[in-house]
Design a protein around this ligand. Structure first.
Ligand SMILES: [Zn+2]
Length: 280
């Protein structure tokens, strides 16, 4: 049986529970610089540099509980991406969280490994929740030239009962929880700042995918499908800006693709790049 399915810690007056949805595998050649291309030359270069053909990333989500409500940050893949994911519902139950108690689901960006776990075959998995999505991401991914079939399918049952809420950068989404614009990975990619008294943390979504390679090589990002040089450059610029900020502030970071339990600090390494110090 798999280990590390859930883990809980306090954050001021909040409790944060990490729930595992499973893990994702991707070819290591998808780690690229803005000047690279997704091609054979890059595959060979990456194979030499990182000595592994595949990168493996946890797929996690976070339940932020206050006295008044339970908020889910990201929702895992559901059944959209195959059998290594889709474990969130059983792990929520193991952690003692009722899906019916979730009042809000905040989505960092609507890629399938963050969004599709909100529904199962057209039915809401969080029937009492509102789904929160950045307005720019919603509009972009709703356009026929950008959308994918599971995007509409995941959201449809919530839209049918008026439970989709579109937020703007900086909006407060709950007491102590606000949206932080981190565009790059997607046009509306968002983090969530959670603060309670002196305790605070940044839930930074997909700023980083491979916590070994990319922190040591912050000029690389992860591109799974189409390579757009401008978008890749934007993403790398945002990732470098945020890495520098949280390395300086020592802020606690929660991340859906960081090694379980998905919490840690960015530290400056002896070589002048970065490292990830797991906070357990
Ligand atoms: Zn992701």
């Amino acid at each position: 049986m798999a280990r590390n399915q859930f883990s809980t810690r306090p954050l001021g007056d909040f409790q944060v529970t990490t729930i595992s949805d499973g893990f994702a595998l991707a070819p290591a050649a998808t780690l690229v610089r803005a000047t690279d291309r997704l091609n054979l030359a890059n595959q060979w270069r990456m194979a030499r540099q990182i000595h592994k053909p595949l990168m493996r990333a946890d797929v996690l989500m976070f339940v932020v509980s206050s006295r008044n409500e339970k908020i889910l940050i990201d929702a895992g893949a559901g059944h959209a991406l195959g059998p290594t994911m889709g474990k969130a519902q059983q792990n929520l139950r193991r952690a003692g969280v009722q899906a019916t108690d979730i009042t809000k689901v905040l989505i960092s960006h609507p890629h399938p490994d963050h969004l599709c776990g909100i529904s199962d075959r057209g039915a809401m998995l969080y029937p009492n929740a509102y789904i929160y999505l950045d307005r720019r991401d919603y509009e972009y991914w709703s356009a026929p030239e950008h959308t994918y079939s599971q995007f509409g399918r995941a959201l449809a049952p919530y839209i049918a009962v008026d439970r989709l809420r579109l937020f703007e950068p900086g909006d407060e989404l709950a007491a102590g929880v606000s949206a932080v614009p981190l565009p790059g990975h997607t046009i509306g990619h968002s983090g969530f700042q959670v603060q309670s008294g002196a305790a605070k943390a940044l839930f930074w979504g997909d700023i980083i995918h491979d916590y070994d390679y990319q922190l040591a090589n912050p000029d690389h990002t992860f591109v799974l499908r189409d390579f757009h040089a401008v978008r890749v450059a934007d993403e790398i610029a945002m990732q470098q800006k945020i890495l520098a900020e949280v390395a300086a502030s020592h802020e606690l970071v929660f991340a859906p693709h960081a090694p379980f339990p998905g919490a840690g600090h960015v530290v400056v390494s002896s070589s002048g790049t970065y490292g990830w110090k797991i906070s357990s």
